[in-house]
Design a protein around this ligand. Structure first.
Ligand code: FPP
Length: 246
């Protein structure tokens, strides 16, 4: 039996988030430049995006570039931005064919002009697609997102649009970059690191974590299926006892 046949498609995670880590180590192991690692990482991005959509996952969020990544050597940042532009140009077809809507979260204004423009174009072209929402976290940091949220809500309090008593989880959710997305059900990180690295801190409150040693450029659809199968074996209690759930 194929791995995919063991997945219960009635109990898929509604939102999968992935920290794609290990491009640099993958390249180093092969005596190649880090940029080649990133380039090969884009193949895993395509395979993961396509297979998630085909399986029926409704939301996939990929950590493509963090606010901290701006501190990498200039050449590496340039490579990543170039890869973003070329991938957007190339993959618009994949997105349309699979009915995938693209959106982006993060401080998008800080992206190079060309990348920003290309991104907005693909977002616009795919805006009516329905099958899956693909969110790229670009120049994204969760603390920055939370600061932005707090500022927006504070301003509304100051202008008497919201009263302090009415601030609850839904108000916070509505002011996050991820306002249209459900909470993360399954968070995957590749390359053996077991950290969250400032990714979706609010949204992962009840997520299942799945860490794999596989380096991102080696990550295939079978690895994705394995993560989903593991997720389906776990009991999600949301603070309740096992007896209350059954
Ligand atoms: C982590 O590997 C990966 C990144 C910093 C960026 C992820 C980018 C891609 C997969 C390619 C471009 C993406 C898109 C959406 C076009 P690392 O460099 O931190 O690896 P290391 O920890 O082994 O050094």
């Amino acid at each position: 039996m194929n791995l995919i046949d063991t997945i219960n498609t009635d109990y898929l995670p509604k939102h999968i988030a992935i920290i794609m880590d290990g491009n640099g180590r993958w390249a180093k192991q092969k005596g190649l430049l880090r940029s080649i690692g990133h380039e090969n990482g884009t193949k895993s991005v395509r395979e993961t995006v396509e297979s998630s959509a085909q399986l029926g996952v409704e939301n996939l969020t990929l950590y493509a570039f963090s606010t901290e990544n701006w501190n990498r050597p200039k050449l590496e940042v340039q490579t990543l931005m170039k890869l973003l532009v070329s991938s957007l140009k190339k993959e618009i077809k994949t997105l349309q064919e699979n009915d995938i809507r693209l959106q982006a979260i993060g401080c998008l204004e800080s992206l190079p002009k060309k990348a920003h423009k290309e991104l907005l174009e693909v977002i616009e072209k795919t805006k009516d697609n329905k099958r899956m929402c693909l969110t790229l976290a670009l120049s994204y940091g969760s603390r920055e997102e939370l600061i932005n949220t707090i500022k927006q809500i504070s301003l509304k309090v100051k202008n008497n649009i919201i009263s302090i008593e009415n601030i609850d989880e839904s108000v916070i959710n509505e002011h996050l970059y991820t306002q249209n997305l459900p909470d993360v059900d399954l968070l995957i990180r590749t390359s053996g690191e077991q950290r969250i690295s400032n990714f979706l801190l609010w949204q992962i409150a009840y997520a299942e974590f799945y860490f794999t040693k596989v380096l991102w450029p080696d990550f295939t659809k079978e690895h994705l299926y394995e993560a989903i199968i593991e997720y389906q074996k776990r009991e999600r209690r949301f603070g309740k006892t096992s007896e209350q759930l059954h």
